[in-house]
Design a protein around this ligand. Structure first.
Ligand code: NAD
Ligand code: USQ
Length: 392
């Protein structure tokens, strides 16, 4: 298939592009390098050094003998999106290309507006380009489990049957997102569903949980093919952060009581789920949702696991929660659709955590302890722009 990977220079997009290329598909990458610019803005760097996209692509061609097409540009630039979709003629489009950090979206008004304009208008431009130029292409869009929030009932996969005053309907599951970033994903979901309805497009919205790990068959095949590993308080996700903290002797930063429970998955399962969605496409006119995670953990459980397996003594520190979120709550979410398509999960094991420790140890000299402490506070609206996030 011709598969276009939007956001193909990012943490998940790059390994996905390599994986699909290794499977024999013709792969194109779209990226505007916004993620590399956020690093400059925040004064942070990936723990694992990453190469320029050009060097990554050249190395992949040398290692595998396969070419990757590159389209450098911005999804908010509609003529660029139209031209790219027209030129590449995709059978499937995998859309990772959004600002994906909840804390980044909560820095101030400017970052909230940027996040929603970037994510929502980029996706709208894509929907128009697909409708006009590739109406049969299957859109595989990365959404998030955080669209649902933490309701006191079981979470379904996208839709729930409701009986109200004697009448029954199947309706979108109620959404209670917890940041302006997570809200942007909800807005996207509505827009994509609507476009499927009015134009007959077909889309799979992957409501993904928190991803951990960096190693895939392809990224480990050459150091130039490594993907990024974020550990700072804005872009680092919880398990990756706890491992880095344990390695450098920083207390594990549990926000609040640590009862926050989330769906999680290994990066190798992200690749497998995207591939399964592509190989089993939605019907024309269909908008479907798959909940993409394999296990649930509370933040406290993750901290305990990391503390137990840490090669050096580790300490857990409960910080006042900088976010507004339930710290103790019910959490049970359906996730059978990808398993039904054949997903064989890589569950979080002691061996996997130990392998993450080994990766982090190798690069521990690159850790900047000043970027670990959280600096973005959900409760403080700032309409004046902050030029950068203050580091303690
Ligand atoms: P990332 O920031 O590493 O990658 C996103 C890529 O998209 C970057 O390379 C960035 O430069 C590019 N991009 C952003 N805006 C763009 C635009 N307007 N035009 C072109 N390119 C643009 O993020 P990631 O961790 O790889 O996440 C990828 C997707 O998966 C995101 O949509 C995110 O919301 C979703 N997701 C991620 C996780 C996770 O744990 N990392 C979990 C659930 C969902
Ligand atoms: N947390 C801590 N300590 C830390 C970091 C985080 O206690 O040092 C807590 C947070 O308060 C939160 C939980 O851990 O309750 C998860 O935080 P996170 O930063 O790991 O993940 P989140 O902000 O939810 O965002 C990440 C990705 C995002 C994706 C989302 C999936 O950055 O792109 O959409 O995971 S989900 O959580 O299912 O919404």
């Amino acid at each position: 298939m011709n598969i276009l990977v939007l956001g193909g220079d990012g943490y998940l997009g790059w390994p996905t592009a390599l994986h699909l290329s290794a499977r024999g598909h013709t792969v194109g990458i779209v990226d505007n390098f916004a993620r590399r610019h956020y690093d400059d803005e925040l004064g942070v760097e990936s723990l694992i050094p990453i190469r320029s996209l050009k060097r990554r692509v050249d190395t992949w061609t040398r290692v595998s003998g396969k070419e990757l097409a590159v389209y450098s540009g911005d999804l908010t630039d509609a003529p660029f999106v139209d031209a790219t979709i027209g030129d590449f003629a995709p059978d499937a489009v995998v859309h990772f290309a959004e600002q994906r950090s909840a804390p980044y979206s909560m820095i101030d008004r400017e970052h909230a507006v940027y996040t929603q304009v970037n994510n929502v208008s980029g996706t709208l431009n894509l929907l128009y380009a697909l409708a006009e130029r590739a109406p049969h292409a299957h859109l595989v869009k990365l959404g998030t489990m955080g669209e649902y929030g933490t309701p006191n009932i079981d979470i379904e996969e996208g839709f729930i049957e409701i009986t109200h005053r004697g009448r029954t309907d199947v309706l979108p599951f109620p959404m209670q997102p917890g940041s302006f970033y997570h809200l942007s994903k909800v807005h996207d979901s509505h827009n994509i569903r609507f476009a499927c309805k009015i134009w007959g497009l077909r889309a799979t919205d992957l409501h993904q949980g928190i991803v951990y790990g960096v190693e895939t068959d392809e990224t480990t095949s050459h150091p130039d093919l490594a993907t990024r590993f974020d550990y700072d308080a804005v872009f680092g996700t919880v398990l990756n952060r706890f491992i880095v903290q344990a390695v450098v002797g920083h207390p594990l930063t549990v926000y609040g009581s640590g009862g926050q429970t989330r769906g999680m998955l290994d990066i190798r399962d992200t690749l497998a789920c995207v591939e399964l969605a592509i190989l089993n496409p939605a019907d024309q006119g269909e908008y479907r949702v798959f909940n993409q995670f394999t296990e649930t953990f509370s933040v406290g459980q993750l901290a305990d696991m990391v503390k137990t397996l840490s090669p050096r003594p580790a300490r857990i520190e409960s910080l006042p929660d900088p976010r507004v979120e339930a710290q103790e709550h019910y959490y049970r979410a359906a996730h059978t659709k990808l398993l039904d398509l054949g997903l064989k999960p890589h569950l979080l094991s002691d061996t996997l955590i130990e392998s993450l420790f080994a990766v982090v140890e190798q690069h521990s000299h690159r850790v900047d302890p000043r970027v670990i402490h959280p600096t973005v506070n959900w409760r403080q609206p700032r309409s004046a722009a902050r030029s950068t996030v203050q580091v303690d």
